[in-house]
Structure formats: C-alpha cells, structure tokens
Design a protein around this ligand. Structure first.
Ligand SMILES: *Cc1c(COP(=O)(O)O)cnc(C)c1O
Length: 388
C-alpha cells in the first residue's frame, strides 16, 4: 500500500517534548500535584471590556458574512493609529497592514508567500519552531543562526556561511525573544538592516512580545529610516491581551510582503471573524486600560518571585526585561533534557528543556510565568530540595 502521509511532514525537526509531555501526563494521572511552567499560554482570562465588545460584535449581522482577506478597514486603521502612537511609525492601512489568524498563521504561511524552493530562510536557534515549519512546507531551505548568551542572544550575522547567504532571502528575527527573553537594542536592528541591504535580504521580525515588557518599551524595526523597503513585522494580540484562543494578529511593513501574504491567505482562508477584529480594536485602542496594565503587573510580580527565589537556591538567573519567560541556565551544567526530567520527577514541576528549541538551547530550561505567585513560591521551595 502507498504511503498516504506526505514526506514533507517527516522533514519537520523531531518534536523533542514528547517524553516530557508523557511524563507530565503520567504525573497528573497519578494524582501528583504538578506545577506547570511549560506552556507559553496566559493562564488569566481576556480583559472584560474586550469580551464585552466581542459579545456586541457577534450580534452585528455585518460580522456574519465572509470577512475581507486583509482585515476590516477599521481594524487596519486602528493598527495604523496604534503603530503611530506606540512607535512613531506611519503605516498605510491599505498596503502595509494585514490581519492574520494569529501571528503563527502568518509566520507559517510567510514562506509560501516569499520563498521559492531551495531559497533559504535564516532562523534563530534556539527559536520558535514555526519559522522552520513554514520553510519545510514550502520546500524552502533553512539555516539556523546560533543565539548565544555571550552575544546577548543576538545572532552573529557575520558568521553565516557565504554559500548559505547567496541562497538566503528571508532573515527571521524575534525580539523580545522566545525562548531566551532577550531584547534587541535599536543598534542591532540597524546592523541587521545594513546586513540585509548588503545581501539583498528581507527581514521578518516576530514582535509577538513587543507589548510584554517590564522596562523600556521594546522598539519596532520599522522605526529605522527606510526599513519598510525590506522589513515586515509580525504582531500578535495573543500575549498582550491574554487572548491566545481568539486568533488574531497582523503583519506590518513592506507592502510587497504584506500583499504576498494576503494573496496566500486569500487562497487558503477567508480572513479573521469580523467580531474578533472588533474586539481587537477595543484592545488596541485601550492599551492603558487598568485591566491591560494589570496583565503586565501580574507577570512582573511572578517574574520577581521566580527570579529572586531561584537566586536564593543558587540558580544563575537574570531578571528578563520582556516576555513572560525565564530562560535559566541548568544547575551545575546539567543537560537540559536531564534537568527537565529530574525537575519533573523530583519536584513535580514542569519546565521546557532548552534543546527542544534547537541545539543551541542546550544547557537551559524555560519557565513560562503562567503560574500564580504562591504556586511559584511552592515550586521554588521544591526545586531547592533537589541536589544537583
Ligand atoms: C506566541 C507566539 C507567537 C504567535 O502567537 P499567535 O497566538 O499565533 O498570535 C508568535 N511568535 C512567538 C515567538 C510566540 O511565542
């Protein structure tokens, strides 16, 4: 009998979290009290004013028909106004903004929009796996750029081999970064843009965490003069407003890229439910609403509890300036998979082994701050009892 499953599915990098997932399920089924720092999915509900707006919008018959592929004009105008206020960047809502079914969808389809077979996407290692999945599904190639602690988890662009660079077309960046929580200074974006100009690359910057920060607001690469000529940014409402389940994000920047992506989407999906776009408008227009600010206050409190707690028990960790992750060096140079397994077996605490995000993630584990503070304290006290 022939093989039904397409071979390209076998070309995805192996999913390394299987063992941890299985051990976690077994622990839960055995009735153990598991504290889960694994999933990067906000635990608190969406702000009420956004939910209320959604309820009204669902009743509007205008929202019952196929939405427009690029998103409603009102949504795109709201995004443009948000971008102007937040970054001082002017975007044309007709050509430079497109609604997405969550930024993951846009990121995944981006390769189909931009890359011919064999052309290379440069992707961060460790990194969000979707940059690679998209390339694999489009029969494009990818090259991993190591993110190392010594360089502040910024890629060394000069280290990309010349033969790769000749075939490269898209340079993926992701700051603030998942999983390392690193932020990129404007000077790095400047360096990346100059590099992209020199080698005729398109920069795709994943800004899913641009609004999840504890110190200075992270910049947009589109703030650089001329950036729109070769940069597109992916934004998401998921983490900003605790609305991962709603599926909405947007592309912003280079008109060719935004349009090509909209063309792919028009052939595959028919856009974001209009009511979700209306609810998203309510969010973007009210970034300073107490419920939205409260989301950051919650993560800050949890971050402080986790980092100070881990420091006390001898872990080497720093306070992340953005994202809701803590990227922690494994105690005593342990391998990340061993560390995650021991932490689960001995403390009933779930963390993600860094190696699951790429070989350069070895030696680290990722904590997501999606656990209430008292449980964080409990987790730290359990971790303190492990002898490394
Ligand atoms: C969560 C996340 C996204 C996408 O989230 P959506 O819910 O699809 O908008 C994109 N990139 C990174 C790095 C993320 O962590």
């Amino acid at each position: 009998m022939r093989t039904w499953r397409a071979e390209r599915l076998g070309k995805l990098p192996p999913y390394l979290f299987v063992e941890i997932d299985r051990a976690k399920q077994a622990a839960i089924e055995a009735g153990r009290d598991v504290i889960d720092f694994g999933v990067g999915d906000p635990d608190r509900p969406t702000p009420k004013f956004i939910v209320e707006r959604m309820c009204d919008a669902v009743r509007d018959p205008a929202n019952h028909r196929y939405p427009l592929g690029r998103g409603k004009r009102t949504f795109r105008r709201t995004v443009a106004a948000f971008f102007e206020r937040r970054f001082g960047v002017t975007l044309d809502p007709e050509k430079e903004i497109g609604a997405l079914l969550g930024s993951k969808e846009g990121i995944g389809h981006f390769a189909a929009a931009m890359l011919n077979p064999g052309e290379v996407a440069l992707v961060p290692d460790p990194g969000y796996p979707v940059y690679i999945s998209g390339a694999v599904f489009s029969e494009a190639a990818y090259h991993r750029m190591p993110l190392r602690v010594e360089r502040g988890f910024l890629p060394d662009l000069s280290a990309i081999p010349a033969d790769i660079l000749r075939r490269a077309k898209v340079l993926w960046l992701n700051y603030p970064n998942n999983p390392t929580a690193a932020c990129a200074p404007m000077s790095f974006f400047e360096e990346a843009l100059a590099f992209a100009r020199k080698h005729d690359l398109l920069i795709a910057q994943d800004a899913a965490y641009s609004e999840t920060y504890y110190e200075d607001p992270p910049p947009s690469i589109l703030q650089l003069p001329g950036a729109k000529e070769r940069c597109v940014e992916f934004h998401s409402l998921s983490k900003t407003f605790n609305m991962t389940g709603w599926r909405i994000g947007f592309s912003a920047g280079n008109a060719v890229a935004v349009t090509a992506l909209a063309d792919v989407k028009n052939n595959l999906d028919s856009g974001v439910f209009g009511a979700v776009q209306d609810a998203a408008i309510a969010g973007l227009e009210n970034m300073h609403h107490p419920e939205v600010r409260g989301i950051l206050d919650t993560y800050r409190e949890r971050r402080d509890a986790l980092v100070s707690g881990l420091k006390e028990i001898g872990w080497e960790v720093n306070y992340p300036k953005a994202t809701f992750y803590l990227w922690a060096k494994c105690p005593k140079g342990a391998a990340s998979m061993d560390a995650a397994k021991r932490i689960l077996a001995e403390a009933n605490v779930v963390v993600i082994p860094g190696v699951g995000f790429g070989t350069c993630g070895e030696g680290f584990v990722r904590f997501a701050l999606t656990v209430e503070t008292p449980r964080i304290r409990e987790a730290v006290s359990r971790l303190g009892r492990i002898t490394w």
